[in-house]
Design a protein around this ligand. Structure first.
Ligand code: ATP
Ligand code: MG
Length: 216
């Protein structure tokens, strides 16, 4: 894989990708001056139920969404794994591909990061690469200092300061669209418009392939 100087890595189920995901990617890209952000759909996500759309459909929709920006890329690294896409295994795969993990910025929403201590090998994980945590409506990133006091000393507000070299947790308190894939699936199941929730190309794809019909 190509290895840009400062790499952002946004994993997810993307069932389907929506405007909130793209806002997260954009906020991290801007705040940390990343060269590229890779969108990384998981075949089998950890800690949750199986996706409703196939890996192929989810990848196709992520690819349509990524085509909007030259700094956005798609990685299939976690689609080849049979088991759950644990981040620790993903880092091993990236290192094996020649990626310098010190340049890696794993991006999450603040709701997902709140559960970081339950992630496999969490302590080791936080020492291997940077994390960028973006606020999600109802989940402000700065509140993580109180929710995760043991990690508060590693948390840094991004406001144009030069990031330190040691693995850190950057908090990005930027607005993102109040959308979830759950809401998109429910609206698609009910036959409602997806305008303003997902990119137009993704809405067209969902309609053409009749995804999420009758599964709300
Ligand atoms: P679902 O409703 O199926 O759980 P989701 O919308 O939460 O889907 P995921 O694929 O679970 O999307 O999320 C991937 C990552 O994107 C997670 O780190 C999550 O916190 C983040 N994320 C998703 N939507 C938003 C949003 N609107 N604002 C900020 N972060 C978000
Ligand atoms: Mg989610």
């Amino acid at each position: 894989m190509s290895t840009p100087g400062r790499l952002g890595w946004l994993g997810g189920t993307f069932d389907p990708i929506h405007d909130g995901h793209l806002d997260v990617a954009r906020a991290a890209h801007r705040a940390l001056t990343l060269d590229e952000v890779h969108l990384v759909p998981a075949r089998v996500p950890p800690h949750r139920a199986a996706p409703q759309a196939s890996a192929e459909h989810r990848l196709a929709m992520v690819t349509l969404a990524a085509a909007q920006h030259d700094w956005l890329r798609v990685s299939t690294l976690d689609l080849h794994a049979d088991g759950p896409a644990y981040t620790t295994d993903t880092l091993d795969r990236l290192a094996a591909c020649g990626v310098d993990l010190r340049t890696l910025h794993v991006i999450t929403g603040a709701d997902a990061f709140a559960g970081i201590l339950t992630w496999r090998r969490a302590t080791e994980l936080l020492d291997r690469c940077h994390f960028v945590v973006v606020s999600r409506p109802g989940h402000p990133a700065p509140a993580l200092r109180r929710a995760l006091p043991g990690l508060a000393s590693r948390m840094i507000d991004t406001n144009g300061c030069v990031p330190p070299a040691q693995p850190s947790i950057f908090l990005v308190d930027a607005p993102t669209a109040p959308v979830s894939s759950t809401e998109v699936r429910a609206r698609a199941a009910a036959g409602h418009s997806l305008e303003g929730l997902v990119p137009p190309t993704v809405a067209t794809y969902i309609g053409q392939h009749e995804l999420y019909r009758g599964v709300a």
